[in-house]
Design a protein. Structure first.
Ligand code: MLC
Ligand code: AMP
Length: 489
């Protein structure tokens, strides 16, 4: 079934309920949202988007962008959201890879693809010729694609994880039950809507129940604290929680109506968890997910939430910890986290070999995360087999940054690592073998038009040589230890 049909059934039952509460603009009821989805659907049709066509979207977080997302899914198109921070060369890669029928952008974009400008009422605008006639949701099978979410691997460029209607439906059903979603819940939404956390976890839970969403354009801690009293649920990355704790007026009173604070996308430290509980009396509920699999495990809503763990496998999802041959390890041992279930994606867009490499013969997906499971089935993530930095919940692939640094004429070689950062949990540092002239400013200038800002090294360290093992491989763990303190200010 088309997941949108499930949303629409809920929306129709609650036409007068606030859907999107916009502190910086006009609020939309669910009746208004339905009308805007029809308008966006008509616009998609006018732009020639058909069933199965990819719609690439790099848009600011607005109610209109939400309507475009829902209209894409409704019309059977495949929604492909990308980070608003990406530079032109990064966007061009996604255009070439997913071959969209339409690129919906917040601003004008000069490329060899049809571009609809979302926030511009002039010529070339997204809404051109869009009559708001209602149309039915296009029938979709569970196995049909709803979205492609780009994520990088350990090698090469970003790969598109193909998520189906069945993946999305099964996950939102499981999450609404696990987190006890209520008719009177109000979601405070400060995450970006181009990743699974903000889009398929947060928005879907609210839309499935047609409950209100306070849609904040971006994360701003003061604005968040201001809105908290009228919310019941917040979903965030750990940086949200450390910033809340650093905000003087955040206390138990701000949380008086809060039912649950949920954290994910990056490790929540036990320290943050304890400090949060001490300040508010509430224990953050941590869960674990990925672009390829949506949500996999969660601490319980009722029952003990153990800090430092990501809880139990969600219903219907099998989680195991294995050795490198895929054999399940005894409880308590550390190994690869593998998963199987209706939440697991269909494969990487147009990369069957890469897809095959990441699945076991019995259908388990190898996540690249390392973990251990206790006797009760609680999972703890202890590290990553993949070379990946998670900074403030954004993934940065060292290979991508290294490849660009190595293009600098003054750089002989480079190694990019993640080191502890007080705000982002972990952040990017580049260790380079290079001429004297290479410093932070020079690197920033070089990467400027080529790489999204959040991927830029927060510190560039110049060395004479990189540590290598007997095989000649750069020993990143040595670098991580050596430079562990460089960002702890
Ligand atoms: C912003 N900057 C970052 C950064 N975010 N640097 C490193 N890591 C980050 N995460 C940099 C900008 O480039 C800029 O640099 C400066 O910080 C200020 O930018 P900003 O946009 O004003 O930052 P801010 O709004 O404070 O953003 C921080 C943040 C944001 C934590 C709110 O990063 C965020 O929303 N993160 C959530 C990401 C997310 O949704 N992840 C889910 C992935 S899904 P300069 O140099 O220009 O000053 C997933 C699966 C799952 O992982 O399990 O959920
Ligand atoms: P992404 O590819 O952006 O979807 O990021 C997914 C990765 O985020 C996972 O493979 C984990 O490494 C990490 N992740 C998600 N949730 C958690 C969590 N609660 N604790 C630690 N890491 C997490």
């Amino acid at each position: 079934m088309n997941i949108y049909a499930r949303f629409e059934t809920a929306f129709r039952r609650a036409p007068d309920t606030a859907a999107l509460i916009c502190p910086e603009g006009e609020d939309w009821t669910y009746a208004r949202l339905l009308a805007e989805i029809n308008r966006a659907g008509a616009a998609l049709a006018a732009w020639g988007v058909g069933v199965g066509d990819r719609v690439l979207v790099q848009a600011e977080k607005t109610p209109e962008a939400v309507a475009v997302y829902l209209a894409c899914v409704k019309s059977g198109a495949v929604y492909v959201p990308i980070n608003t921070a990406y530079t032109k060369p990064e966007v061009e890669y996604f255009i070439a890879d997913c071959q969209p029928a339409l690129f919906v952008a917040s601003r004008r974009f000069d490329a060899d693809v049809t571009v609809a400008v979302l926030d511009d009422d002039g010529a070339g605008s997204y809404w051109r010729g869009a009559a708001a006639a209602p149309v039915l949701a296009v029938d979709r099978a569970d196995d049909d694609l709803a979205a492609i979410i780009y994520t990088s691997g350990t090698t090469g460029r970003p790969k598109g994880a193909m998520l189906t209607h069945g993946n999305l439906i099964s996950n939102v059903e499981v999450l609404c039950a696990a987190w006890g979603w209520r008719e009177d819940d109000v979601l405070l939404h400060a995450l970006p809507i181009f990743h699974v956390h903000g889009l398929f976890v947060a928005l879907h839970c609210a839309f499935f129940n047609a409950t209100p969403v306070i849609l904040q354009k971006r994360f701003d801690v003061a604005a968040l604290v201001e809105e908290l009293p009228r919310a019941t649920v917040l979903m965030g990355v750990p940086t949200f929680y450390t910033r809340l704790l650093n905000h003087a007026s955040f206390d138990a009173t701000s949380c008086r109506n809060m039912r649950v604070f949920i954290s994910g996308s990056a490790p929540l430290t036990e320290q943050t968890s304890a400090a949060f509980e001490q300040r508010t009396g509430l224990r953050i509920l941590e869960r674990y997910g990925m672009s390829e699999t949506l949500m996999n495990t969660s601490n319980p809503l009722a029952g003990e939430r153990v800090a430092g763990t990501v809880g139990f496998a969600l219903p219907g999802i099998a989680v195991r910890v294995t050795d490198d041959d895929g054999h399940e390890l005894p409880r308590g041992e550390v190994g690869n986290i593998e998963l199987r279930g209706p939440n697991v994606f269909k494969g990487y867009w147009q990369r069957p070999e890469r897809t095959a490499e990441e699945f076991r013969a019995d259908g388990f997906f190898v996540t690249g995360d390392l973990g251990t499971m206790d006797g009760e089935g609680r999972l703890t993530i202890v590290g990553r087999a993949k070379d990946l930095v998670i900074s403030g919940g954004y993934n940065v692939y060292p290979k991508e940054v290294e490849a660009l640094l190595d293009e600098m004429p003054e750089v002989v070689e480079s190694a990019v690592i993640g080191v502890p950062h007080p705000d982002f949990g972990e952040a990017v540092v580049a260790v380079v073998v290079a001429d004297d002239g290479v410093d932070q400013a020079r690197v920033d200038r070089f990467l400027g038009q080529r790489l999204a800002r959040y991927k830029h090294p927060k510190r560039v360290v110049r060395v004479d040589e990189l540590p290598r093992n007997a095989m000649g491989k750069v020993q990143k763990h040595v670098l991580r230890e050596t430079y562990a303190d460089v960002l702890e200010t």
